[in-house]
Ligand binder design. Structure first.
Ligand code: UDP
Length: 236
């Protein structure tokens, strides 16, 4: 399989078309941004760590019956994925209050939520990814009612599978962001990535942050945190 044309360059990844029908190649970058691109930097080794972490977790989800875009890891930072049309929603799943939720609702970071919270944001950088509810999504035809039902049910299931798996490795899954796509047959599948860039991972004993918050908040040891997540997932 060979790359034919670059289709997209985002903050953390590039996506290429390939000579195979319905297959894209994702290439993970070391670039890091936060606060809608206002803060920029590089996290050395991040691209290859996120590639491996995301593929590992997608593999786990696939085994549990969640359809994903993952096809094959090609090398350190590149993966072949099913071509999809991305549903323009960021689906955020929260177990513990942190980040924007803590700010918005005045909940202390670390407060265990009585029930899992699902949020939708409109993927639109110019508007700063505003939060939406199901009515907005239907009114703007971003997804159909049936698609939303599938997306929410997959999201809760993914939360359960990942939370249990990670807790065994001493990691608390505080919150995370998912993106879904429409495959060529119209079915909804999990796309994008699941990595320390898109999840809050806390050490379950010490509550040390092992994710992108170390970069966002200048906490230091950013590379080490990403390495630690990979190490625990790979069992080395
Ligand atoms: N998140 C993400 N991309 C975004 C916004 C959020 O991956 O554009 C992830 C973030 O890493 C965290 C969760 O979604 O795990 C919830 O983020 P939050 O709404 O608290 O926003 P933040 O505090 O990151 O601005």
């Amino acid at each position: 399989m060979v790359k034919t044309k670059q289709l997209y360059e985002g903050k953390a990844k590039k996506v290429y078309a390939t000579n195979e029908d319905g297959v894209y190649i994702v290439s993970y970058k070391d670039d890091a941004t936060a606060f809608n691109g206002l803060k920029k930097g590089t996290i050395e080794g991040k691209g290859s760590i996120n590639n491996r972490v995301s593929n590992h977790l997608m593999g786990l989800l696939h085994q549990s019956g969640i359809p994903t875009h993952f096809i094959e890891e090609l090398n350190e930072r590149e993966t072949a994925v099913r071509a999809v049309q991305i549903v323009p929603l960021e689906v955020i799943v929260r177990n513990i209050a942190a980040g924007s939720l803590s700010k918005r609702l005045g909940l202390e970071e670390g407060t265990k939520l009585k029930t899992t919270v699902l949020e939708y944001c409109y993927k639109n950088d110019d508007l700063g990814d505003p939060m939406l509810n199901e009515y907005h999504i239907k009114a703007m035809e971003l997804a159909t009612e049936d698609e939303l039902a599938i997306i929410s049910s997959y999201s809760f299931e993914i939360n359960k599978i990942l939370s249990e798996y990670l807790l065994d490795l001493g990691i608390e899954l505080v919150d995370f962001k998912l993106e879904f796509g429409r495959a060529d047959d119209g079915s909804i599948i999990l796309a994008d990535e699941i990595s320390p860039d898109t999840c809050r991972f806390w050490d379950s004993k010490t509550k040390t942050k092992l994710d992108k918050d170390r970069f966002r908040r200048d906490l230091g040891n950013v590379e080490d945190a990403y390495k630690e997540i990979l190490k625990r997932l790979m069992g080395v």
